[in-house]
Ligand binder design. Structure first.
Ligand code: SF4
Ligand code: SF4
Ligand code: FES
Length: 257
């Protein structure tokens, strides 16, 4: 077994991207983030030339924050949990290719701007509003354990953007917000307090920016690292948003909570 591997990285800024290769030692437990840290410590490329450290983002280092997401051997995933040995075994190759996400504006090297995703979360009010009337010393509204269980997986979304990266409908010509914010509508509408804003959220899911932008290709659910049932969320919110549109058209009261 060769005791080194090559990390082939697409670097640069939007106007000037280029490939740079680094040769690194294979070590037990090494992942892409630790490989990038090793380059940061000693930024010398495969040709032996001193170079600039690679720019990338990371936070939690345990697949919770989503900030280290990138394309690794073409697959959207988190660098902090992508083990070098597994990647070599998966591809039967000691050359690992790392590129920034292509569906978000590039800032530099592996860093992209995921503002669009966060702005979509704001539009769909991906939070529970409290109006100050709750007595915080008392427990809030009860949620049945089986409902809690079904909602838990939705709450694990880390806004990593892998689903948008894998979705053919998210591209330069579309205004589709992507599946993650739509799945968050499902989560917050199912909460007894969140349901007070159910209709507002469903209205945001209407149109090309929302559910109409989805082409039902189902790639999103396949690439989600948290195995969130995105296609189920899209179908459910699609039905509820349509009912909301009918209620609005007929000037009926908002959706029941
Ligand atoms: S179902 Fe397909 S088109 Fe719809 S959000 Fe998922 S990947 Fe995109
Ligand atoms: S739904 Fe999955 S893939 Fe999409 S942002 Fe959330 S965790 Fe990432
Ligand atoms: S550093 Fe947070 S998911 Fe990788």
């Amino acid at each position: 077994m060769n005791d080194t591997f090559t990390l082939r990285i697409l670097r640069g800024t939007p106007d000037a991207q280029y490939w740079e290769e680094f040769e690194l030692k294979r070590e037990r437990g090494l992942n892409i983030v630790s490989a990038l840290m090793a380059i940061q410590k000693e930024p010398v490329n495969k040709e032996g030339h001193k170079t600039t450290p690679v720019a990338w983002e990371a936070g939690c280092l345990e697949e919770v924050c989503g900030s280290c997401s990138m394309l690794i051997n073409g697959r959207p995933r988190q660098a902090c949990t992508a083990l070098i040995e597994n990647l070599i075994a998966e591809e039967s190759s000691a050359i690992i290719t790392v590129t920034p996400f292509s569906k978000f504006p590039l800032i530099k090297d592996l860093v992209v701007d995921r503002t669009a995703l966060f702005e979509a979360l704001k539009r769909v009010k991906a939070w529970i509003s409290t109006d100050g009337t709750w007595d915080t010393k008392e427990s809030g509204a009860k949620i049945a354990p089986e409902v809690q269980e079904s909602l838990y997986v939705l709450s694990t979304c880390m806004t990593c953007g892998c689903c948008s990266e894998g979705c053919p409908q998210v591209n330069d010509h579309s205004i589709f917000m992507g599946p993650a914010p739509i799945s968050q509508i499902r989560l917050f509408n199912a909460h007894p307090t969140g349901a007070f804003q159910k209709s507002e959220r469903l209205r945001e899911a209407l149109g090309e920016e929302g559910i109409a932008g989805c082409g039902n290709a189902q790639n999103c659910a396949k690439v989600c690292p948290k195995k969130i049932p995105l296609t189920e969320s899209l179908a459910l919110i699609g039905r509820e948003a349509t009912k909301q549109a009918i209620r609005d058209f007929l000037s009926l009261p908002d959706a029941p909570r």
